[in-house]
Design a protein around this ligand. Structure first.
Ligand code: SF4
Length: 382
């Protein structure tokens, strides 16, 4: 079974759902415009909003860390986690960007991806190929093979059966987990809250069950208010073809209760620690860049991938995992520089579909064109 089969199965499943949601829920268009405005405001004043978020996280009893690069971010998270722990993780592109999973394992921790697609990619030992559907390249047949090969779990090549077997396996890991690490769809500067949207409930369990919750993501996920963060969650879900989302999670600090004499104590049933680790890794420089700044508006819906003829032909070879497809070329430039993004930009045929379908109206072809121009200029024969 090839990439072509896997991607066409995914396209025919997701694309009609996106169009249906957009036709049915007209307000989504207003929300996406609000999100673009809010994210532009933050990108133009990034240092101010990072500081606002820091103050808010500390006010609600959390701890805030700002890491300059991927290594610093992974070190900060590894220090919080410690050694010999069981760690459950929600799907997280920044964890992949910064090598967090491997870094935690080096410290003797048992680390499990809990999103089904990310879990299958972990078993396969390969890299993910799509920001919201990392196992999009795996057919059901390959997924069943990996379960058998890596964990000795028998399952027929049927998505329902595979999901059920993984659910049974991960239940035990959730029960034992010392630390849950999630990403963020958005972080609200006014309240220090993180908003996460999902359908599997693995993020809900990861963020609420273990005694420690670490939010690990990039500084561009900050939005001014909690209301904006909820808008992001709704727009992201709709453009990812998953609207209404089954769950929208809000976490704002350690769990607590005030049920005895209205005296607030912490923890209650959920985490006793709430940490927010944010990484720069090229983002603040991109925010000041006349072309790359717009890439920071991306809400990771993954829609541009499915409409891109080059991604459909090349899969994860277009861009550098975890950032593949049209958004991936921009994001490879943000996080790894033009030298690494350039060869991928050269593969772009400028069909323009990505710009047309992007909810943030990012001029992706223009940014890719600029990456090409800078790369070719640096490689001109003297
Ligand atoms: S660039 Fe636009 S379409 Fe592509 S993932 Fe980001 S928000 Fe979605």
């Amino acid at each position: 079974m090839s990439w072509d089969v896997a991607i066409e199965r995914a396209r025919s499943s997701i694309m009609p759902k996106t169009y249906d949601a957009l036709a049915r829920y007209g307000y989504l268009q207003d929300l996406r415009r609000e999100v673009r405005k809010a994210k532009e405001e933050v990108v133009k004043n990034l240092d101010f909003y990072i500081e606002e978020l820091r103050k808010s996280v500390e006010r609600i009893g959390g701890r805030f860390y700002l890491a300059g690069d991927g290594r610093e971010a992974a070190d900060a998270a590894a220090k919080i986690v410690g050694r010999g722990k069981v760690v459950v993780m929600g799907k997280n592109n920044v964890a992949n960007e910064t090598g967090l999973h491997r870094r935690l394992e080096e410290e003797g921790n048992e680390v499990w991806e809990t999103d089904l697609g990310a879990f299958l990619v972990q078993l396969s030992g390969e890299e993910g190929s799509h920001i919201i559907a990392p196992a999009i390249h795996l057919t059901r047949e390959r997924a069943a093979e990996f379960l058998k090969e890596k964990l000795g779990i028998e399952a027929p090549p049927d998505p329902v059966a595979i999901a059920q077997r993984v659910r049974e396996f991960l239940r035990e890991k959730f029960m034992k987990a010392d630390v849950g690490i999630t990403g963020a769809n958005a972080l609200a500067a006014d309240t220090g809250a993180v908003v996460l949207v999902e359908n599997e409930a693995n993020i809900r369990i990861t963020s609420a069950f273990p005694p420690v919750h670490i939010v690990y993501d990039g500084v561009e996920k900050i939005v001014p208010t909690l209301i904006h963060a909820l808008y992001v969650a709704n727009v992201q879900a709709a453009y990812a073809g998953l609207y209404p989302p089954t769950y929208i999670n809000v976490s704002a600090g350690p769990s607590s209760t005030a049920d005895i004499e209205m005296h607030r104590v912490s923890p209650a049933q959920g985490p006793k620690e709430y940490h927010v680790v944010l990484v720069d890794n090229g983002r603040r420089a991109a925010a000041r860049d006349p072309a790359l700044w717009e890439a920071l508006l991306c809400i990771r819906c993954g829609r541009c991938h499915l409409h891109c003829p080059v991604y459909r032909a090349l899969g994860r070879d277009f861009g550098k995992p975890p950032y593949t497809g049209p958004m991936g070329v921009m994001w490879t430039a943000v996080t790894r520089g033009v030298e690494e993004a350039g060869p991928h930009a050269l593969k772009c045929v400028h069909a323009g579909n990505c710009k047309e379908v992007c909810p943030m109206e990012i001029d992706i072809p223009q940014i890719i064109q600029e990456v090409k121009r800078r790369y070719l200029k640096a490689h001109q024969p003297s």
